[in-house]
Design a protein around this ligand. Structure first.
Ligand SMILES: *Cc1c(COP(=O)(O)O)cnc(C)c1O
Length: 354
């Protein structure tokens, strides 16, 4: 049994994907070929935003967002401590200071109450400028954007949605990738919508940001890539990956239904045994992971293993516990909910072919 069965998915889509890859080999436009633009249009349409800009991976998408928002030394960027490293890494890489926020106990996502406390603290200390919030749609569930948008407005900060795990999720019919000023996603193979290598995308309704993203991702290009008007990076999505994603995106709505069926079936059999995932009223999860809380995690995981069922821990280490962020001097007492989750969560197999 696979934790994420990419083999079954490929078997199901083989003819279509092979045909799409062959078409790229035939036309030979491996970089920025026509499939890239076709995919960007279809992704923007699916998510319901004006602009989609593809790039090389989900981390670059976040880094490009830091560049477009001019995040720099002296800025504070607030993000959850219970997330994948990239969310906080890009903040530090831009020279700014990540401020870690505790999790909501039930959704595992960034806690708006704790966020506001920390924004107030940064303001009263007067050392850093509160610039942006990066919320994460952890395990596929959109963060609490209605509350986060209020806070971003109240404190005049930018809001970024890290939808690397959230693609396909919804709040009252509004899709993940459309929240905040800028949203980012990843097409790493294990994500809800994955390709066969690295890939990523950025979403925004802001024309000015979209133009900057298109420039920054190709060496700060002006008229063309030999006219360089700012310092950028090289972060493009390969045409072959775009071709693969076009077929996977077409199948995605069907897979999303299957993932939600699998989650419902897990809920039914595991409720009472563990604390099963909480999906608030009006929210839809894309189930990047099906994650439960257990006080005997190690024993439980060993039992699954004995039955041939793979399990994983996402995440055993919070950002504030990472060696790379030791210098920020957080303790588990500062971030009690996330620190407890890191000790008690584990995830079960989840994919559209379970
Ligand atoms: C996977 C992931 C990323 C990074 O995506 P890559 O494509 O691997 O660079 C960023 N944030 C979160 C929350 C992720 O899960």
């Amino acid at each position: 049994m696979h934790f994420i069965d990419l083999e079954a998915q490929y078997k199901h889509l083989k003819q279509k994907i092979d045909k799409r890859i062959q078409a790229v080999l035939d036309h030979g436009n491996y970089i920025m070929g026509p499939e890239v633009e076709e995919l960007e249009q279809k992704l923007a349409e699916y998510v319901g935003v004006k602009h989609c800009i593809s790039c090389a991976n989900g981390t670059d998408a976040l880094q490009l967002a830091m560049m477009v928002l001019d995040i720099k030394p002296g800025d504070a960027v607030f993000c959850p401590t219970f997330t994948f490293f990239a969310t906080a890494e890009v903040v530090a890489y831009a020279g700014a200071t990540p401020v870690f926020v505790d999790s909501d106990e039930r959704t595992f996502n960034i806690c708006p109450k704790d966020l506001e406390k920390r924004i107030e603290k940064v303001i009263s200390e007067g050392k850093l400028v509160p610039k942006a919030i990066i919320a994460v749609d952890l395990f596929g569930l959109p963060a609490n954007y209605p509350e986060l948008e209020k806070l971003a407005n109240k404190y005049n900060m930018k809001l970024i949605e890290d939808a690397a795990q959230g693609f396909g999720g919804e709040i009252n019919g509004q899709r993940a990738g459309s929240f905040g000023d800028i949203a980012t996603t990843s097409f790493f193979p294990a994500k809800p919508l994955g390709c066969y290598g690295d890939g990523g995308a950025i979403f925004t309704n802001n024309d000015e940001y979209a133009a900057l993203f298109r420039s920054y991702r190709v060496h700060g290009k002006g008229k063309d890539k030999y006219d360089n008007v700012r310092i950028g990076i090289n972060s493009r999505l390969d045409t072959i990956q775009a071709a693969i994603l076009l077929e996977k995106l077409a199948e995605f709505p069907t897979e999303l239904i299957a993932r939600n069926k699998a989650a419902a079936s897990y809920n039914q059999s595991l409720n009472g045994k563990y604390i099963t995932p909480f999906v608030p009223e009006g929210y839809l999860s894309s189930w990047a992971q099906y994650t439960v809380i257990s006080e005997n995690r190690e024993e439980e995981m060993a039992r699954y293993k004995a039955e041939g069922v793979p399990t994983m821990i996402y995440y055993g280490t919070c950002m504030h516990q990472q060696t790379a962020f030791n210098h920020l001097s957080y303790t588990d007492i500062d971030l009690p909910v996330a620190s407890r989750l890191a000790k008690q969560v584990f995830s079960l197999p989840m994919h559209g072919y379970l």
